[in-house]
Design a protein around this ligand. Structure first.
Ligand SMILES: [Zn+2]
Length: 271
């Protein structure tokens, strides 16, 4: 499943191909995504110029004047820029043709993704309105995390994955950030001190930064590639390493389930 680093890498890979480009055609081959792709999208988009490509959480936001084309990759979606004629494959659902001749092609076997049009202020859209800050936003700091969790006793890992609190920290990144910060994932969030939350904030950023840096080497996969843009993985400390030795202290990594999600930790490094 594309997580924040993959979506940010998609954004960086596509940005040079779309910004300042005018849409000359749009083809919807299959509108049955998570929500139907609006049938009037071609009429709204053709002839208009993409001013910017932003990301909010895992949403890609193509800015067109005051409006926004929102794309979410769902479980299996990908967006590629094709600069030469490329035959359509199964599960290629939407093409956006640009005045450069490039085609932005949306591919999604399981069709849990979304391609939607937001006519006005995108921040007020129901999908975006209640999202917490971005992990790299200065609003996401130890004070914010401390103040917004003092009355909550849920596990710190579940707090970290709550998109109302902070966006874009998926399961792998929550596991790895907590290891790097030395915090046991099951600790009630209101029992984590402000100093340790500060450490956690910086390790969340470091973990995501490492993953995005790994993505940098796959940027070319977003242009004219035959296969899917690759998903990239960090050198993992705990995730998927149940029963193996901790890379730091050699204790055995343990795994349990929190809210149904695999949760791995080192019993010695994480307290
Ligand atoms: Zn350890």
């Amino acid at each position: 499943m594309p997580e924040l680093p993959e979506v940010e890498t998609t954004r960086r890979g596509l940005e040079p191909h779309v910004v300042g480009r005018r849409v000359t055609a749009m083809h919807i081959y299959d509108s049955r995504l998570r929500w139907p792709v609006p049938s009037d999208l071609p009429r709204r988009l053709v002839g208009r110029t993409i001013d910017r490509l932003d990301r909010r959480s895992k949403y890609l936001l193509f800015r067109v004047d005051e409006a926004t084309l929102l794309v979410h990759l769902g479980m299996t979606g990908s967006l590629r820029a094709l600069t030469q004629p490329t035959p359509r494959r199964t599960h290629d659902h939407v093409d956006l043709v640009l005045d450069s001749g490039a085609i932005l092609r949306y591919h999604d076997p399981r069709r849990f993704g979304a391609v939607l049009w937001i006519p006005g202020a995108a921040d007020a859209h129901p999908l975006l309105a209640r999202l917490g800050p971005e992990p790299f936003d200065s609003a996401f700091d130890a004070n914010y995390l401390w103040e917004s969790t003092r009355h909550r006793s849920l596990a710190v890992k579940l707090a970290l994955m709550d998109s109302h609190l902070v966006v874009g920290v998926g399961n792998i990144y929550a596991n790895e950030s907590l290891f790097r910060a030395g915090i046991r994932p099951t600790t009630p969030v209101n029992r984590v001190s402000k100093a340790r939350l500060a450490r956690l904030v910086s390790e969340v950023r470091a973990t995501l930064t490492d993953a995005i840096a790994k993505g940098g080497s796959t940027l070319r996969d977003y242009v004219d590639s035959d296969g899917e843009p690759g998903y990239f993985q960090l050198d993992l400390f705990v995730y998927g390493r149940e029963g193996e030795r901790c890379r730091v202290c050699t204790a055995t990594i343990r795994t349990l389930r929190l809210s149904g999600r695999a949760t791995s930790y080192c019993p010695r490094c994480q307290r």
